[in-house]
Design a protein around this ligand. Structure first.
Ligand SMILES: Nc1ncnc2c1ncn2[C@@H]1O[C@H](COP(=O)(O)OP(=O)(O)OP(=O)(O)O)[C@@H](O)[C@H]1O
Length: 931
C-alpha cells in the first residue's frame, strides 16, 4: 500500500514536471511559485505578513526535505499542486499561490495558473483531433425544443454570436467545441440575459458547459468581484451543487478548463467525514480524543507533525483514509481562505462548511443545481432547502438560479419553482427521454442466470474489441454487497473489474474511476452513485445487471454511454422482479425508436404497479413540458401544501390512487427488540389504523419469518394490501420451502436491493379522528439508507409522494421542514418520535405510549407533548432516564454490535440529543411559511 501510494505520488510528480514544461511552453513561469503555509493562529493576518514564498522546483520535489521538520514559522505546503489536488479531490482552480496577492482585474495572476489542458492536449493528439470536435451534431438537429416563460431570449447558432469574453472563447476553442449543442444554444443566452432557468436536456448533451459558461462570463465581467472581503470566511460568487463527489470533481475539472486564464477561481468541496470529526485531529490531537483506534492513533501522529512538517511530505504518510481526509480538508480550508469565485460542492460538505462559518453565501450571484431533480428529491431536499433558504444566500430574484437535469418529474418541477423567480423552462427533447444514440436491449434473464449471461456478453464484446482490448463496460447493480461480489466473481473469471459504491473510501472510489477511465480495468461494477452525470469517454456498453426501480434512474444509467453525439449500447436484464418497470421501460424504448420485445409489451400490459410511473398515460411523474402549463398542478396547489382536500397529486398520479395511506412496518436489525412481539402488538392495532387513518395498504419489510406472520395478520384487515417483504434480510430463511410457499400465497413482490438495517418505522395507534391526508415520516439517523429505502419503496409501490414522506436527514433540523408540506407527520428514529399536525388546529392527535413502550423495548420512557394550536409539536421517546439509549447498560455491547466505539456512539447520541433539543425549541417558535 505504501509503495503504491508512493509510486502514484512519484508518477504524479513526473506528471507535474511535464505539466510545468507545458506551462512554460505556454508562456508561463517555468518555476512555479509555492504558497506559504499559514498556521491557524496567523491566518487572519494581512497577506503581506506572510513570509516570502519559497520557490518550488519540481525536479527536487520528490526528495526535498527542506520542509520536513522545519521550524514552525518556515513551514511550507504544496498549495495548488495539480498532481496532488487531482488525487485528493480538494483542489483549486489552480492559480498557483497568488490569490491573496491579486491586484485587481480578472486577468490577474493568470501566468501562475496550472494549465488544465496540458494532459488533454497530448491525449487528443494521440487519439486524433476528431475525438473532441467530432461530436455528431446531426444527431441533435431534429430534436424538438420547448421553451416557456416570459420574454424568452432567442437562441444562438454559434458561440461567436454570444459575448462570453475573449478568455472564455479561447478556452472553448481549446476544448475543441466547434459549435454549441442545442441545450447550450438556448440556455446560454437565457442565462446571460440574467434569467432564472429550469432546463431539461438529454444525457451527454453538454449541460455542464451550458451552466458554466454564463457563470464564468458573468464573473469575469463583474468588477464588484474585486471588492469582496477575504480571510477566514470564503465568499463565493457562484455555487454549483451536485449530488455525488465524483460528479462534483468532474464539474470542477470542466469548470477549471473553461475558467483557465480568466482570473476566475474554482474550488471543489465534497463529502467524506464531517469536518467536525476532522477537528478531533487538528485541535485535540488525540490524547483526549473520545474516539479510539486508528483515528486516535493518526490523530496523535498528525497533530504532532502538524506544526513541523510540510504537508507535501505528510501526504506520503497518508495511507489511512482518515488521515488523507484530514489532509484534504486542511487543504480545502486553506484554498477557501485564499478566495473562491465558483464553489462546486456536494450538499453535505457545504452544510459542514457553512456551519463552521468557513463559507458565506452572502455574495452568491449564481446558483446552479446539476441533476436538479435528484437534488430536490427527498434524499437531498432538506439539505438544499437549508443551504438555499436558511443560510445567508440572497433570495430568488436577487441571485440567478439555474437548474439542470435530463429528467424532471413534475412534482420536482413544482418543488424547484420555490427556488426560482420568473423563470424560463427549457426542454430539449422530451423531458425524461433517453437519446436515440443509445441502442437499448432488454433481455429476460432469471436472477440465477444473470452472471453467466453477463459473461457471455463480455466474451462477445472481447471478441469484437479493438486489438483484443475489452471495451469499457459499466455494469449497474442494486447493492453495494452485490457490487463487491460481482466484481470478485468477474476478476476470478479473468475479467479485470473494479467497483464504485458508497461503502468504498473516497480514495478507492477515485482510484476505481481512474482505472476504469484509463482502460486498465475495463469493467466497472457500480451502484447508482455512478448513475448520474459522469462523463467517461469511450464507455461502449452499459449493462443493467439489476434494473433500477425508477425509470428516471434507468435513463441516467444508460446515459453513461452514447454521449456527445456518439453511439452506445445498453443492455438490461429483466425478470419478474422488475415487473413494475415494464410499462415505463417499454414506453421509453418505443419513444427512443428502439425495438420493444413482445414479451416486454406483455409484461407492460399486465403490470400492476406501473401506472404511477407511466408518463404516457397522462398525469404521473413525467411531464413532457413545463408543469406550469398543466392545469391540474395549478388547481392542486393548495392541496399539495397542506390544504384540506387530500387529493394533491396522489389522485392524478395513477398507480397508488385514492386518498388512503400506506402503513409501513420495517425492521431494525440489531437493536435487540423482540420483533415478533412488536409486530403482533402492532397488528392488534391495525384495525384501528384502518379506521382512523384510512390505511388501504400495508407494506411489511422485515425478517421473513416474523414478517410473514405479520403480513398474514395484516391481510385480514387490509385485503387489498400490497405487501412487500425485504428479501435480503434473511436470505437463508427466504430460501426455505415454507417461505417460498408463503410468498407465493401472498404474492409478495420482492424489492431487491433495499438496505436491511431499517428502523421499525411507523407503528402507532391513533384514535379514530378524521385525518384524510396523512403523511408518514420516518426518520433514521442514517439518512442515506433511509432515503434510499423509502425512495425505493415509494417507487415500487407507485405511490404518490404526498402519501409517504421521509424526513431523511440525520439532522433533526431537516426533518422539521417536512411537516410544512403535510398534515400529519410522524418522525421516528431510535431516539425520537415527532408527531406533528400543521393543518388541523382543532383536532387533537394522540399516541398510545404503551404501544411505543412495547415496541421500543423495556425501560423506555415516552414523553410527549401536544399543544392546542396548529404549530408543530414534538413527542420525544427517550430510552432511559437522562441519556436515552446511552444510559442503557447494554450500550457498550450495542456499540460493539454496530461496529462503533462506545465513546463515538456516546458522542453521536449526545450530538443528536442536542440537535433534538435545539430542534424542539426551533419548532415551537416557528411559523410555517407555505400557504
Ligand atoms: N459544444 C460542444 N461541442 C463538443 N463537445 C461538447 C460540447 N459541449 C459539451 N461537449 C462534450 O459533451 C460531453 C457531455 O457533456 P456533459 O457531461 O456536460 O453532458 P450532460 O448533458 O451534463 O450529461 P448528463 O446528463 O449525463 O449529466 C462532454 O464530454 C463534453 O466535453
Amino acid at each position: 500500500m505504501r509503495s503504491s501510494w508512493a509510486d502514484s505520488v512519484a508518477a504524479a510528480e513526473t506528471a507535474a514536471a511535464g505539466s510545468t514544461a507545458n506551462n512554460s511552453s505556454a508562456g508561463n513561469n517555468s518555476a512555479r511559485t509555492r504558497s506559504t503555509y499559514v498556521p491557524p493562529h496567523l491566518r487572519n493576518r494581512a497577506p503581506s505578513s506572510d513570509p516570502p514564498a519559497p520557490v518550488y522546483s519540481s525536479s527536487t520535489s520528490g526528495t526535498d526535505g527542506s520542509g520536513y521538520g522545519a521550524p514552525a514559522g518556515g513551514n511550507r505546503w504544496g498549495g495548488p499542486r495539480n498532481d496532488y489536488n487531482n488525487r485528493s479531490g480538494y483542489s483549486s482552480g489552480g492559480r498557483g499561490g497568488g490569490w491573496n496577492n491579486r491586484t485587481g482585474g480578472w486577468d490577474r495572476g493568470r501566468e501562475q495558473e496550472v494549465n488544465p489542458f496540458a494532459g488533454i492536449e497530448n491525449a487528443v493528439e494521440e487519439v486524433g483531433e476528431q475525438e473532441n470536435s467530432g461530436i455528431n451534431f446531426d444527431a441533435y438537429e431534429d430534436i424538438p425544443v420547448e421553451t416557456s416563460g416570459d420574454n424568452v431570449p432567442p437562441a444562438v447558432n454559434t458561440f461567436a454570436e454570444i459575448d462570453l469574453g475573449e478568455a472564455l472563447n479561447q478556452n472553448i476553442r481549446r476544448c475543441k467545441y466547434v459549435k454549441p449543442t442545442p441545450v447550450q444554444r438556448h440556455a446560454i443566452p437565457i442565462s446571460l440575459g440574467g434569467r432564472d432557468l429550469m432546463a431539461c436536456a438529454q444525457t451527454g448533451s453538454g449541460k455542464t458547459a451550458a451552466f458554466c459558461f454564463p457563470i464564468i462570463s458573468g464573473i469575469m465581467k463583474d468588477q464588484a468581484a474585486q471588492r469582496r472581503p477575504r480571510g477566514r470566511v470564503a465568499f463565493p460568487l457562484a455555487l454549483i451543487l451536485s449530488p455525488t463527489r465524483e460528479l462534483s470533481m468532474q464539474i470542477h475539472e470542466e469548470a477549471r478548463k473553461f475558467a483557465y486564464q480568466t482570473g476566475v477561481k474554482v474550488v471543489v468541496a465534497y463529502g467524506g467525514a464531517p469536518i467536525n470529526q476532522q477537528d478531533y485531529f487538528c485541535i485535540d490531537g488525540g490524547d483526549s480524543l473520545p474516539c479510539g483506534g486508528m483515528k486516535d492513533h493518526f490523530g496523535k501522529i498528525y497533530y504532532r507533525l502538524f506544526h513541523s512538517i510540510d504537508l507535501d511530505k505528510l501526504r506520503w504518510f497518508c495511507e489511512a483514509d482518515a488521515a488523507l481526509r484530514w489532509c484534504s480538508i486542511e487543504i480545502l480550508l486553506r484554498e477557501l481562505e485564499r478566495g473562491v469565485d465558483i464553489l462546486v460542492a456536494t450538499p453535505g460538505r457545504l452544510v459542514d462548511l457553512l456551519e463552521r462559518a468557513r463559507v458565506s453565501l452572502e455574495m452568491i450571484k449564481y446558483l446552479a443545481l446539476d441533476e436538479a431533480d435528484r437534488m430536490l428529491d427527498m434524499g437531498f431536499e432538506p439539505q438544499i432547502r437549508k443551504i438555499v433558504e436558511q443560510m445567508d444566500m440572497p433570495p430568488p430574484g436577487v441571485r440567478q438560479t439555474m437548474l439542470f437535469s435530463a429528467t424532471f418529474p413534475k412534482e420536482i418541477q413544482r418543488l424547484a419553482s420555490d427556488f426560482l423567480a420568473s423563470y424560463i423552462f427549457l426542454a430539449v427533447g422530451r423531458v425524461g427521454s433517453s437519446t436515440d444514440l443509445i441502442v437499448q436491449r432488454v433481455e429476460f434473464v432469471h436472477e440465477s442466470d444473470k452472471r453467466s449471461h453477463l459473461m457471455d456478453l463480455l466474451h462477445a464484446q472481447k471478441a469484437n474489441g479493438v486489438h483484443g482490448k475489452q471495451a469499457l463496460t459499466l455494469v449497474f447493480v442494486e447493492t453495494k454487497k452485490g457490487a463487491d461480489s460481482l466484481e470478485h466473481w468477474l476478476c476470478m473469471n479473468g475479467f479485470p473489474a473494479t467497483t464504485i459504491h458508497g461503502d468504498r473510501t473516497q480514495q478507492e472510489r477515485e482510484y476505481a474511476l481512474r482505472s476504469f477511465k484509463s482502460g486498465n480495468t475495463p469493467i466497472l461494477v457500480a451502484t447508482d452513485v455512478a448513475a448520474r452525470g459522469l462523463d467517461i469517454p469511450h464507455v461502449a456498453h452499459v449493462v443493467n445487471f439489476d434494473l433500477p426501480n425508477d425509470i428516471d434512474d434507468y435513463v441516467h444509467r444508460i446515459g453513461r454511454t452514447g454521449r456527445a453525439g456518439k453511439s452506445g449500447l445498453a443492455t438490461a436484464f429483466f425478470n419478474e422482479n422488475n415487473a413494475s418497470l415494464a410499462r415505463p421501460l417499454a414506453d421509453l424504448m418505443q419513444e427512443s425508436n428502439q425495438e420493444v420485445p413482445a414479451w416486454l409489451s406483455r409484461f407492460a400490459a399486465r403490470s400492476s404497479y406501473g401506472g404511477g410511473k407511466n408518463r404516457r398515460s397522462g398525469g404521473g411523474r413525467f411531464g413532457g413540458r413545463d408543469f406550469r402549463r398543466d392545469s391540474s398542478f395549478n388547481r392542486g396547489g393548495a392541496d399539495y401544501y397542506g390544504g384540506g382536500g387530500g387529493t394533491g397529486y396522489g389522485a392524478s398520479g395513477g398507480g397508488y390512487s385514492g386518498g388512503g395511506m400506506i402503513l409501513m412496518i420495517t425492521d431494525f436489525v440489531g437493536l435487540g427488540l423482540d420483533w415478533t412481539a412488536a409486530f403482533c402488538c402492532a397488528f392488534v392495532q391495525v384495525g384501528d389504523l384502518i379506521g382512523a387513518w384510512g390505511v388501504d395498504s400495508v407494506s411489511c419489510y422485515c425478517k421473513v419469518d416474523s414478517g410473514l406472520k405479520t403480513v398474514a395478520g395484516a391481510r385480514k384487515f387490509v385485503p387489498g394490501s400490497k405487501l412487500c417483504i425485504q428479501p435480503d434480510i434473511n436470505p437463508r430463511a427466504h430460501k426455505t420451502k415454507s417461505s417460498r410457499r408463503e410468498r407465493t400465497r401472498f404474492q409478495l413482490p420482492l424489492l431487491p436491493g433495499l438496505p436491511d438495517d431499517l428502523a421499525i418505522a411507523c407503528l402507532i395507534r391513533v384514535p379514530r379522528v378524521e385525518h384524510n391526508n396523512l403523511r408518514l415520516v420516518c426518520k433514521r439517523w442514517n439518512r442515506l439508507l433511509a432515503g434510499n429505502y423509502f425512495y425505493s419503496l415509494r417507487k415500487s409501490l407507485g405511490m404518490a409522494e404526498d402519501k409517504l414522506h421521509l424526513g431523511s436527514s440525520r439532522s433533526l433540523e431537516a426533518a422539521a421542514l417536512v411537516p410544512l408540506n403535510g398534515k400529519l407527520c410522524i418522525i421516528r428514529n431510535n431516539m425520537s418520535l415527532s408527531l406533528v399536525d400543521v393543518s388541523s388546529p382543532d383536532k387533537q392527535v394522540e399516541t398510545n405510549p404503551h404501544l411505543w413502550e412495547n415496541i421500543a423495548g423495556k425501560g423506555e420512557r415516552v414523553a410527549y407533548s401536544l399543544s392546542a394550536n396548529c404549530m408543530p409539536r414534538v413527542i420525544t421517546v427517550n430510552a432511559g432516564e437522562s441519556h436515552g439509549r446511552v444510559a442503557n447498560p447494554h450500550g457498550k455491547r450495542k456499540a460493539k454490535e454496530v461496529g462503533m466505539s462506545w465513546q463515538v456512539m456516546r458522542l453521536e447520541l449526545a450530538a443528536m440529543r442536542l440537535a433534538m433539543r435545539q430542534q424542539q425549541r426551533r419548532i415551537l417558535g416557528w411559523q410555517p411559511t407555505h400557504p
